[in-house]
Design a protein around this ligand. Structure first.
Ligand code: 0WD
Length: 255
């Protein structure tokens, strides 16, 4: 398809072939988008380069650790210089210490709380601000959230609270950027086995519960998130902003 022909879209958060960001990249590539990838520190560059080679086109790869203001600034300066205008940004980044993803939320440390918020929620604000001046033809920003930000999900703890902040940020940012025809939405993905999911205790039980209780009686995969992102980056979703769209086989509607 040609839904995204001529569109420059930045993808942040590819760590390996299981990353949801990589699922999004494949859907957008198949729709004709020109992709720019950011990666977290030089240690991940090789990984990302090996993956993007498979797309069969030259992609711009840019270092960007979102905890560093200077990285965010430098990354978007390079993108501006090399591609000029961008039309989309996929934010697929989150982090919390594994020891904070088990037991009781009440035991969350000050430092662990701040770290989860910084990487998983504030980073969206930082990159939206940096991307805004490059979105001169309007734009679409997509982030990834999880049901644990709306309700209590065992062990998700500090990350659930960070996702709640992320969801609220989507709404405030939508209001700020809407006047420039920049839309911003979140995809609330059902659980998928990725590197980030490894940190969550009892993840197998979470997957099993979805297979039993979700209306579709199955879990979802990266390609389904990718295709929803494609919709959100395309003109088909032009009337949608500030929204949390669940791609979860329907699980969130169940009591
Ligand atoms: O079940 C799941 N896997 C779900 C994931 C369900 C619903 C939502 N999500 C969200 C995650 O919370 C995250 O926001 O999807 C997003 C992508 O996560 P993923 O694809 O599940 O996991 P992964 O492949 O690990 O990608 C997350 C990446 C990091 O990976 P690692 O595992 O190396 O921490 O976020 C990036 C990093 O590449 N990242 C950073 N990028 C820039 N600067 C930073 C940082 N400081 N920290 C982490």
């Amino acid at each position: 398809n040609t839904l995204l022909q001529g569109k420059n879209i930045v993808i942040m958060g590819v760590a390996n072939h299981r990353s949801i960001a990589w699922g999004i990249a494949q859907s957008l590539h198949n729709a004709g988008a020109n992709l720019i990838f950011t990666y977290q520190g030089e240690r991940l560059r090789e990984n990302v380069a090996a993956l993007t080679e498979k797309l069969g086109v030259e992609s711009l790869l840019v270092n960007c650790d979102v905890t560093k203001d200077e990285d965010v600034e430098a990354a978007f300066a390079v993108i501006k210089e090399k591609v000029g205008v961008i039309h989309g940004l996929a934010h697929c980044i989150a982090f919390a210490k594994t020891e904070e993803l088990e037991g009781e939320y009440v035991n969350t440390s000050r430092e662990g709380y701040a770290l989860a918020q910084d990487i998983s929620a504030f980073s969206l604000v930082a990159v939206a601000r940096a991307a805004r001046p490059l979105m001169t033809e309007g734009g679409s920003i997509v982030t990834l959230t999880y049901l644990g930000g709306e309700r209590v999900i065992q062990n998700y703890n500090v990350m659930g609270v960070a996702k709640a902040a992320l969801d609220a940020s989507v709404r405030y940012l939508a209001n700020d950027l809407g006047k420039e025809n920049i839309r911003i939405n979140a995809i609330s993905a059902g659980p998928i086995r990725t590197l980030a999911a490894k940190g969550i205790r009892n993840f197998n039980a979470v997957l099993k519960e979805i297979e039993e209780k979700a209306p579709l009686r199955r879990t979802i995969d990266q390609s389904e998130v990718g295709d929803t992102a494609l919709f959100l980056f395309s003109n088909l979703s032009r009337g949608i902003t500030g929204e949390i769209l669940h791609v979860d086989a329907g699980y969130s509607i169940m009591g």
